[in-house]
Write a protein that binds this ligand. Sequence first.
Ligand code: HEC
Length: 153
Amino acid sequence: MRNVLSLIAAAMLACGPALAEDLADPEEILTARHGYMLMMAMNLAPLGAMAKGEVPYDAVAAGRAASSLAALASVDSSMLWVPGTENGVLDDSSALPEIISNADDRAVKFAALKTASDAMATAAGTDLASLQGAMKGVGEACSGCHKPYRKSE
Ligand code: HEC
């Protein structure tokens, strides 16, 4: 047991500092932020396609995508909005500096996304009309933050 514990301690010492440094690296934070946004988009996509009638309504798939989106919306993403990771500092970022400095308003925008995603999670598996009814709120929650805080192409 003692040996196992000292092995674990050694492993943590070996990985710990390197990992902490990587995770504080602005490029890594940006990668995580893009991944977070893409995860949301990938769960929203099938819901949007069903809402528009591009793919047949599937209650199970819709319910799963909507619960994943709601779970993502409830993540504390504050570690992704760090000074030095915004557009103008990092070329690959489209985040305007204000989304980092206006932490209170950012929280309001994420709270709106959570409310809309929770409503979608309730509606999506019920029937197509309910899914369609919840779509507008989610779309508005995404664009409600993109408009003020994401640089347009
Ligand atoms: C609170 C603000 C906020 C909310 C809410 C939000 N986004 Fe974003 N999103 C951003 C910002 C800022 C960027 C630019 C990030 C960057 O490039 O640094 C972004 C970027 C993206 C990107 C591009 C990612 C990339 O790889 O360049 C996608 C896709 C995206 N968002 C999808 C969504 C979807 C879908 C929703 C709603 C379900 C959503 N976002 C909700 C702020 C938000």
